[in-house]
Write a new protein. Sequence first.
Length: 160
Amino acid sequence: MESRGDIPIWISPPVLRWSQQLLNSFRHWMGRELIVRSGSILRDAEVLFTAPFVVVSHGSEPDPVLNYGNQTALRLWEMQWDQFTRTPSRMTAEPVHREERRRMLEMAQTRGYVEGYRGVRISATGRRFLVVDAILWNVLDEHGCRLGQAATFQNWEEMC
């Protein structure tokens, strides 16, 4: 499990806050929960981080940088937390697939969310995989201001 010293990464205050914003924003756009919420911010952050499906997000910078990846995402992209959260989001796709990725993110930004997304991604070691049936959504703060975007999916196919 990813940690900083003896403290799991999901327990750090910024990750706790972001986890809640991810969950609240997903509920806002989708009308349902991403995970079964417990009422405990700590427990919900742990469940999200250890979920068997991918959850990944980036901020709202001009060239957005990844700011969250749960354990499944970190394994899939073959990165540790510190490397993952320094990676520009666009680098998760090969150059040939970045325009299509950009269009989907723009669509999600305009609509609030997109369902059923499919796209080819690449891990840190160059392993390619096809994301199947992903949901992309805008991450909002408590005032409805956009902080970034997130995606979740539970299905992917390895590619040659």
